[in-house]
Design a protein around this ligand. Structure first.
Ligand code: F6P
Length: 305
């Protein structure tokens, strides 16, 4: 998100527009935690994960009165538009400001889950996947040497985009996603058959929304007798220095968001389609569901044979 903030600030300043940054997301707007963001203030942050503006969940913003307070605070700060970087919840908030108060908003997709429609990639996904495969590669060394089954749990409460990508890139023997039904009995049988052919170690990647790694590990151990371990990657996937892909994505999307809102476009979210920059109405983005690519799922199964 820092790379996106840097891009918004510098693209806007390049067009002669002043940028105000609010700390702590919508709650910070309500509480007027604002400061002018000069170009130098966003220097040296492109390689830092997270956000220099901090973030927060705001219950108050979920109420109409809270949103009215936010609009008043934006007016006090002479803000004519708002760029919101975030996932589903943040973008829904932006749409509400647009619909209820006709405020000029522009969304930038930021979510490691990559579950936002209207863009092929959300900021943070590539970094999270790369962190996950680094962990999988390291765990595989023990899996191989000690001839064990490892169940690695990655983030994704409602979807399996990280799990599928990390499973493919990490060469997992099975990938479990909340969107796709699976049978632990079949997986256990598969592991047993693979062992009979000489495969003595396996990696199973599971999205947290599909099951807990510990439960799967217990089931597999009970059904196969194989030694098994569970690893939960958790929040380490949400931090760390962003990949080059994520940095450039954030720069392109942040600059596009600033340029479009300055040019008079409103109520949209910027994104990428292939290598092309696009922008769609927030109302469309938030009503369309982003689905797992079935070809990738088939590929994961074929590769696991
Ligand atoms: O929405 C992104 C996400 O990383 C999910 O994949 C994960 O379940 C959740 O956030 C974790 O949220 P929290 O940090 O509030 O526990």
């Amino acid at each position: 998100m820092n790379a996106a903030i840097r891009a918004v600030v510098r693209a806007a300043i390049g067009r002669g527009v002043e940028v105000v940054g609010f700390n702590h997301g919508y709650q910070g707007i309500i509480d007027n935690e604002s400061r002018i963001l000069e170009s130098y203030m966003v220097g040296g942050i492109i390689d830092r994960g997270g956000t220099i503006l901090r973030t927060a969940r705001s219950k108050e913003f979920m109420t109409f009165d809270g949103r009215k307070k936010a609009i008043e605070s934006l007016a006090v700060n002479e803000c004519e538009g708002l760029v919101v970087i975030g996932g589903d919840g943040s973008l829904t908030g932006a749409l509400k400001l647009h619909e209820e108060f006709e405020f000029a908003v522009m969304g930038v997709p930021g979510s490691i889950d990559n579950d936002i429609s209207g863009t092929d990639f959300s900021i943070g996904f590539d970094t999270a996947v790369n962190t996950a495969i680094q962990a999988i590669d390291r765990v595989r060394d023990t899996a191989y040497s000690h001839e064990r089954v490892f169940v690695i749990e990655v983030m994704g409460r409602h979807n399996g985009f990280i799990a599928l990508e990390a499973g493919l890139a990490g060469g997992a023997e099975a990938v479990l996603l909340p969107e796709v039904p699976y049978s632990l009995l079949e997986i256990s049988n598969g592991l047993r058959m693979a062992a009979e052919k000489g495969k003595r170690s396996s990696i199973i990647v599971v999205a947290e929304g599909a099951a807990r790694a510990g439960d799967i590990k217990d089931f597999i151990h009970k059904n196969t007798g194989f030694e098994a371990r569970a690893v939960v990657l958790g929040h380490m996937q949400r931090g760390g220095s962003p990949t080059a892909f994520d940095r450039v994505l954030a720069l392109r999307l942040g600059a596009l968001a600033a340029n479009r809102i300055i040019s008079g476009y409103r109520g949209e979210m910027v994104g990428v389609d292939g290598n092309k920059l696009v922008s769609h109405p927030l109302s469309y983005v938030l009503s369309a569901e982003r689905n797992i690519d079935p070809d990738r799922m088939i590929l994961a199964e074929v590769m696991a044979q």
